[in-house]
Design a protein around this ligand. Structure first.
Ligand SMILES: Nc1ncnc2c1ncn2[C@@H]1O[C@H](COP(=O)(O)OP(=O)(O)OP(=O)(O)O)[C@@H](O)[C@H]1O
Length: 334
């Protein structure tokens, strides 16, 4: 059990790294900040007698003058700990707007390519309890449903890799304490406090939220509950899908009366699942999916026909049935 303060202990680390047990190759993403420096220290200790290959990588996004030195500092620490380290540089054109998003996409692409090169099966990042709380707040602001409010998952798939976030329940203060206890310094990324970024603005307002009881711990509890609820809803959708959806490679048909009788969240997810199956994979704003869901229900209730497109799929109501198929190219959208 994590202690209220102080460095993360070896026993705690063993429990946190449980998802990595039995892995043959682990790649740790280490930016050089306090969180990922602590991750590297803890992983180095934990992996020493486990016969797995631990490697670390730092992405130099080339966006700040000091990023090269920060990567070199991580490399030096890795050398000291006897861990293979590579600095991966984000080269090529960089967009003027949405730079954070572009940097993130490039970062994971570089990490995945490097993981494939070294044969790592697990990618480990140092997202903390505080990062989870910020994610939940940002998703609240975006009007997310249960899946979004579940925040980041401790273990998820990322391409062929398993992405593990072992520190998701650990407050940043304890990771700072872990570095301090080891006498290891870390780099402070100035952009973490840059008010141009939503995360930084949220961080700056955390004191106010804490005073109102919206603490990181409570937001993380909300995320865990939402994750459980989301699993339950998805399981219900699996069951209903098996019984109701007549689904082939070209289209999915669902009886209209049965569809109308479903709890709305299940019906919505059924429709979106079929859109995902027959569409072109373009992500659609949930708001558009919800608007179309309402239109589908209205049409079924009124015994009318309907034909729209969503995410590259054609969503039609015809003869009392909901029919979702691949949309012909270049049709009008909702
Ligand atoms: N430049 C980097 N090099 C290597 N790893 C990094 C780098 N930046 C971030 N990471 C990894 O990602 C974790 C989360 O970092 P941060 O919170 O800054 O990213 P984010 O963009 O907010 O989150 P996400 O990775 O989910 O997009 C870090 O703890 C570290 O493990």
């Amino acid at each position: 059990m994590p202690r209220p303060g102080g460095p993360v202990t070896e026993e705690e680390a063993a429990a946190l790294f449980q998802p990595l047990e039995g892995s043959v190759g682990v790649l740790a993403a280490v930016s050089g900040g306090a969180d990922s420096t602590a991750l590297l220290l803890l992983l180095a200790r934990w992996s020493s007698n486990r016969g797995l290959r631990l490697c670390a990588a730092t992405i130099d996004h080339g966006l700040r003058p000091e990023s090269g030195d920060e990567a070199e500092k991580v490399a030096a620490l890795a050398r000291l700990l006897g861990i293979d380290h590579r600095t991966l540089r984000w080269t090529g054109a960089k967009p003027v707007s949405s730079i954070e998003k572009a940097a993130r996409t490039a970062r994971y692409r570089l990490l995945m390519e490097y993981a494939a090169e070294i044969g790592a099966l697990h990618l480990v990042t140092a997202h903390t309890l505080d990062d989870q709380a910020e994610t939940v707040l940002m998703r609240l602001a975006a009007g997310s449903g249960p899946a979004g409010l579940a925040g980041m998952r401790p273990v998820s798939a990322r391409g062929d890799l398993i992405h593990v976030r072992p520190l998701l329940g650990v407050p940043k203060t304890r990771l700072i304490a872990t570095c301090d206890a080891a006498g290891v310094s870390w780099s402070e990324d100035a952009s973490n406090a840059d008010p141009r970024f939503a995360r930084a603005r949220l961080r700056a307002g955390r004191d106010v939220l804490d005073r109102e009881g919206l603490t990181a711990e409570r937001l993380a509890v909300l995320a865990r509950r939402m994750a459980r609820a989301d699993v339950a809803i998805e399981q219900a959708v699996d069951n209903v899908w098996a019984g109701l959806a007549m689904s082939g490679p070209a289209q999915t048909r669902i009886d209209g009366a049965s569809f109308l009788a479903l709890p709305e969240e299940i019906g919505l997810r059924m429709m979106l699942r079929a859109v995902g199956k027959h569409g072109d994979g373009t992500s659609e704003r949930l708001k558009r999916g919800e608007a179309l869901f309402d239109a589908v229900r209205d049409a079924l209730q009124a015994g009318k026909s309907l034909g729209r497109t969503l995410g590259g799929a054609r969503v039609a109501v015809s003869k009392g049935q909901l029919v979702i198929s691949t949309a012909p190219p270049r049709r009008e959208t909702v």
